[in-house]
Ligand binder design. Structure first.
Ligand code: ZN
Length: 409
């Protein structure tokens, strides 16, 4: 055989083989799509955490593994309670979670399998997305969707929480940077904590002093009994208005839900009577199913919210007269939320005093007393600005101006 011909043959074979591979791959992908989207089967050989695989061939599917499912539920609950991921991991490990790696918890929280759903890739012009699986869910869908929105929101917070220095990452140096927390060992062998700015010569605040001052500020935030009654009255009116509005929304959403369900039945009906092919059936099924899940979620959410609103209002209003108690009895995470909210993320420290340009109106009525007692100086933005440059939205400052204005200590 002439070399040229041999070369041509080899090339042809290669092409044919390639073609065969492509065909096979389409068949395989189509098979995967059918199995997942239409039959609700979980296909990968390794079961997700919380499940085991049972059965043979087409009957092979996911079965809930009770001991692990408990841990999965704990992880989702903890996420809804705003517990940071590393803390969730600690808790989970305590009760027997063994998966390694920093992403292990996130992977569980993001996996739709726990809500009884399967994530299916688009195939040709078949729709991809979430499809109901044949397996038993571990988490209800409402919770799962709530966790998804929560994860999206909380991507930026990554500060380590330390109970000895609860204000780390919140309290700011006048240069705009949040001081790091540090501990140094005293003569007695005890540790003393400081909030220390990274720039030399800036703040080095004794945590003991700062922490003693803070409840004093909170005490003065408390509002008098008669004001509380007035607020209660006003808030009730406002709440009733909101609830009426919500009720209307729920009614509209329920109507929409009924309509979508009707449409879904109609499509099913058509398919059973062979009036549409399986492709269109699948496309519509996926679209309607998605809207049904979303509508149910938002109806549930609005209902729960309005039932809780009055309870929350009454509980919280009672606390307004006891602000020092609110702060001191709170755990570190709540303390941080509290400080961020009251001072709108702008709490500084200088010359042994807290300072802020922003404070919740309701709680700042005693601010002159706070100043006299050497606890906090509350100056509205204009005056505050004269003294130091306010940091930008992203926490950055013009460092040269900051230094020029920096003359404490
Ligand atoms: Zn600084």
């Amino acid at each position: 055989m002439k070399p040229r011909v041999a070369f041509f043959r080899a090339g042809l074979q290669l092409l044919l083989a390639e073609d065969d591979n492509i065909n096979r791959s389409i068949k395989v992908k189509g098979g995967i799509y059918t199995a997942m989207a239409k039959e609700g089967r979980h296909l990968s050989s390794a079961p997700p955490y919380g499940y085991r695989k049972e059965g043979e061939r087409k009957e092979r599917g996911l079965v809930v593994e009770d001991r692990e499912a408990k841990i999965v539920r704990l992880i989702f609950d903890a996420c809804l309670q705003k517990i940071p991921l590393y803390k969730i991991r600690e808790k989970a490990c305590e009760i027997g979670f063994k998966r390694k790696g920093n992403m292990a918890i996130q992977r569980i929280l993001k996996n739709p399998v726990y809500a009884g759903l399967l994530k299916v890739k688009t195939f040709k012009n078949y729709p991809g997305g979430l499809f109901p699986g044949a397996h038993e869910p571990i988490i209800d869908r409402v919770t799962w969707y709530e966790v998804q929105t929560k994860i999206k929101k909380s991507k930026k917070t990554k500060i380590k929480i330390d109970d000895n220095i609860p204000l780390r990452g919140i309290l700011k140096c006048l240069c705009g940077k949040p001081p790091t927390g540090a501990a140094s060992r005293g003569k007695s062998g005890r540790y003393y904590y400081y909030y220390k700015c990274a720039s030399p010569g800036h703040n080095n605040i004794s945590a003991i002093k700062a922490h003693q001052q803070f409840p004093g500020i909170c005490k003065l935030m408390s509002i008098p009994e008669r004001d509380k009654q007035l607020i209660r009255k006003k808030s009730n009116i406002r709440l009733e208005f909101e609830i009426k509005k919500n009720r209307k929304t729920v009614v509209t959403k329920k109507e929409q839900l009924e309509q979508v369900k009707e449409k879904l039945y109609a499509v099913e009906d058509k398919w059973i009577r062979n009036e549409i092919n399986k492709d269109s059936y699948n496309r519509w099924y996926s679209t309607y199913n998605q809207s049904i899940i979303e509508l149910e979620h938002s109806i549930n959410h609005t209902n729960n919210n309005q039932n809780q609103a009055f309870d929350l209002l009454n509980k919280n209003l009672d606390l307004l007269t006891e602000m020092a108690y609110v702060y001191t009895s709170a755990g570190t995470l709540k303390k941080r939320e509290f400080v961020k909210t009251v001072f709108d993320n702008n709490l500084y420290y200088k010359n042994g005093l807290y300072r802020t340009p922003t404070m919740l109106n309701l709680l700042s009525h005693n601010h002159l007393k706070m100043k006299r007692k050497g606890l906090l100086i509350y100056e509205k933005k204009a005056e505050f600005h004269k003294e130091i440059p306010l940091c930008g939205e992203d926490g950055s400052t013009n460092s040269r101006t900051a230094k020029n204005h920096y003359n404490h200590k």
